[in-house]
Design a protein around this ligand. Structure first.
Ligand code: FAD
Ligand code: NAD
Length: 474
C-alpha cells in the first residue's frame, strides 16, 4: 500500500468522506481513515450521520408517522384501516437496510473516485512539510501526507448521574435500536434528538416525558416558532415537557427505573422503563494527537480554526462537528468540499450565516438566518411577514395545516435576514429561503416570483408579501 499521500482525511462521516471524494476528484492522492464499527463489529463508513444519526432517525420518523397516520388520520380521508399494528422489528430491519445501503455506498464511491480507505484509529505523530500519522487498526501502520483534514466528529455528552448502558439508558445509538416500544420513555434534554426520538416512540404508543434543564423551550429557535412548537408538541403530539429540571439520581430495579429530579426547586420522582439521554454532543478531539503537534482547541474542546478551517498548523485543517458552528451533516460536508478545494489551490468558502436547520418532528421546524429576538437585541430595524398554513389550500388538502412561515427583512434595505418555518415539509420549503439569502434577495424579490398553485411554497410567497402588509390570501 502507498504510504505517501497529498491528503489524509481522518474520519469518514459526512465531513470526511465528502472531503476525501472532492480531494480525489481534484487529482490529489487521498486516503481516508475511519474507526467506526457497526453493531456486528464491522467497519462501517459514514460516521454518526449514516450509522447512528440523520439517516436511521429519519427512517424511524417516517415509519412511526405512517403508523400514526394510519390510526389517526386515514379516517378523515374516508379510509378505514382496522387492526393496524406496528412490527417494531420490521421497522428496525427497514432502518438497518437503508443504513447499510448508504454506508456500503460510500465504499463504492471511494473506489470510483480512487480514495484509499483504511479502517483504524488515526493519530497525528508529527507535523512539518509531511505530516506523519500512526494508524491503529487490524495492524499498526504509518503513513505521511502533505495535508491532513481532521473530521473526527462528535460523541454524545454524558451525564454522571445517568450512565448510559444502551439497553435501559440510551444515547442516540440505543434510542435508534429499541427492540420494543417502551411503556414510559423518559427523554432528558428537549433538544433536536430528544424531540425527534421522543416523537418516534410517542407515535408508537409510549408515554413520553421530557425533562429539560433550561427554563426556555428550544432557546435557539425564533421565539414565535418555539412557542407554537411547545403548544403543538404538548397538546397535539402528547409529549409531557417539563422545563427547568435537573436530574439528580437514577436507580433501576429489574425493569423499573426510578428517576429523582428537581423542578422549580421541588424534588420529584417518576418511574419509567427506558431513558434517552440527549443533552448535546462533544467534539472528538482527544485522541487525534493534537498535543503532539500543538494544535489549539477552545475551552469546550472544539479545534480552533480560521474562516477557511485551517488550524494553527498550516497544512492541517479541521471540519464538521469537531469545530465551531452548527453540528449538522450538510455543514460538515460543505466544509469538506471547501477545504479540499483550498488545498488544491482553489478558493474554498462556507457561509455559516446561511446554514439551514431542520428539526424533523411533526410539524417540521426549519430556519435560516437570524431570529427576531436576536435582531431586537442587536437593535437592527426589521419588518415581519407571517403566513399561517391554515390559509394554504395545499396544506389543507394534505391534512396538515399547523404552523406558519415567518419572514424577517431589514426595515430599510428590505434584505431578508431570517426565515422561520413550522409546518408541513418545512425541511423542503427552507431551501427557497437559503437560496434567496445567498443571493442577497429582498422580500420584494420573493414577492415578485411566481409560485405554483396550489403549493406549500405559496406560504413563503405570502409571508414575503406580508412584509409590506400586502397579503393576498389573509
Ligand atoms: P461524524 O459523522 O461524527 O464522523 C466522524 C467519524 O470519524 C466517525 O466515523 C468516527 O468514528 C471517526 N473518528 C473519530 N476519531 C477518529 C480517529 N482518531 N481515527 C479515525 N476515525 C475517527 N445532522 C443533520 O444535518 N441532519 C439530521 O437530520 C441529523 N440528525 C441527527 C440525528 C442524530 C440522532 C444524531 C446523533 C445526529 C444527527 N445529525 C444530523 C448531526 C450529524 O450526524 C452530524 O452533524 C454529522 O454526522 C457530523 O459529521 P462529521 O463528519 O463532522 O462527523
Ligand atoms: P441539543 O443541543 O439540540 O439539545 C440538548 C438539550 O439538552 C438542550 O435543550 C439542553 O439545554 C438540554 N440539556 C443539557 N444538559 C441537560 C441536563 N443536564 N438535563 C436536562 N437537559 C439538559 O443536543 P442533542 O439533541 O443532543 O443533539 C446534538 C446535536 O446533534 C444537535 O445540536 C444538532 O446539531 C445535531 N442533530 C441534528 C438533527 C437535525 O438536524 N435534525 C437531529 C439530531 C441531532
Amino acid at each position: 500500500m502507498d504510504t505517501l499521500f497529498d491528503v489524509a482525511v481522518i474520519g469518514a462521516g459526512p465531513g470526511g468522506y465528502v472531503a476525501a471524494i472532492r480531494a480525489a476528484q481534484l487529482g490529489l492522492r487521498t486516503v481516508c481513515i475511519d474507526d467506526f464499527k457497526d453493531a456486528a463489529g464491522k467497519a462501517s463508513l459514514g460516521g454518526t450521520c449514516l450509522n447512528v444519526g440523520c439517516i436511521p432517525s429519519k427512517a424511524l420518523l417516517e415509519s412511526s408517522e405512517n403508523y400514526e397516520k394510519a390510526i389517526h388520520k386515514f379516517h378523515e380521508h374516508g379510509i378505514t384501516a382496522s387492526d393496524v399494528k406496528m412490527d417494531v422489528s420490521k421497522m428496525l430491519s427497514r432502518k438497518n437496510r437503508i443504513v447499510k445501503q448508504f454506508t456500503s455506498g460510500i465504499s463504492l464511491l471511494f473506489k470510483k473516485n480512487k480514495v484509499t480507505n483504511i479502517h483504524g484509529s488515526a493519530e497525528i505523530i508529527s507535523s512539518g512539510e509531511l505530516v506523519r500519522l500512526k494508524i491503529s487498526g487490524l495492524k499498526e501502520e504509518y503513513i505521511e501526507a502533505k495535508n491532513v483534514i481532521i473530521a473526527t466528529g462528535s460523541s454524545p455528552r454524558e451525564m454522571d448521574s445517568v450512565p448510559v448502558d444502551n439497553e435501559y439508558i440510551c444515547d442516540n445509538k440505543g434510542a435508534l435500536s429499541l427492540t420494543q416500544t417502551p411503556k414510559h420513555l423518559l427523554v432528558i434534554g428537549a433538544g433536536v434528538i430528544g424531540l425527534e426520538m421522543g416523537s418516534v416512540w410517542k407515535r408508537l404508543g409510549a408515554k413520553v416525558t421530557v425533562l429539560e434543564a433550561l427554563p426556555n423551550f428550544l432557546g435557539a429557535v425564533d421565539e414565535s416558532v418555539s412557542k407554537e412548537a411547545k403548544r403543538i408538541f404538548t397538546k397535539n403530539v402528547g409529549l409531557d415537557i417539563h422545563l427547568g429540571c435537573s436530574v439528580q439520581k437514577v436507580t433501576r430495579k429489574n425493569k423499573v427505573i426510578t428517576v429523582t429530579y428537581t423542578e422549580a426547586s421541588a424534588t420529584k420522582t417518576l418511574e419509567c422503563d427506558r431513558i434517552v439521554v440527549a443533552v448535546g454532543r462533544v467534539p472528538n478531539s482527544d485522541d487525534v494527537g493534537l498535543d503532539n503537534v500543538g494544535i489549539k482547541v477552545d475551552e469546550r474542546g472544539f479545534i480552533t480554526v480560521d474562516h477557511h478551517n485551517r488550524t494553527n498548523v498550516s497544512n492541517i485543517y479541521a471540519i464538521g462537528d469537531v469545530v465551531r458552528g452548527p453540528m449538522l451533516a450538510h455543514k460538515s460536508s460543505e466544509e469538506g468540499v471547501a477545504v479540499a478545494e483550498t488545498i488544491s489551490g482553489q478558493y474554498g468558502d462556507v457561509n455559516l450565516d446561511t446554514i439551514p436547520w431542520v428539526i424533523y418532528t411533526s410539524p417540521e421546524i426549519a430556519w435560516v438566518g437570524q431570529t427576531e429576538q436576536a435582531l431586537k437585541e442587536e437593535g437592527v430595524p426589521y419588518k415581519v411577514g407571517k403566513f399561517p398554513f391554515v390559509a394554504s389550500g395545499r396544506a389543507q388538502a394534505i391534512g396538515d395545516s399547523s404552523g406558519f412561515v415567518k419572514m424577517i427583512a431589514h426595515e430599510e434595505t428590505d434584505r431578508i435576514l431570517g426565515v422561520h418555518v413550522i409546518g408541513p415539509y418545512a425541511s423542503e420549503l427552507i431551501s427557497e429561503a437559503v437560496v434567496a439569502m445567498e443571493f442577497g434577495a429582498t422580500s420584494e424579490d420573493i414577492a415578485r416570483i411566481v409560485h405554483a398553485h396550489p403549493s406549500l411554497s405559496e406560504a413563503m410567497h405570502e409571508a414575503a408579501l406580508g412584509i409590506d402588509n400586502r397579503y393576498l390570501s389573509l
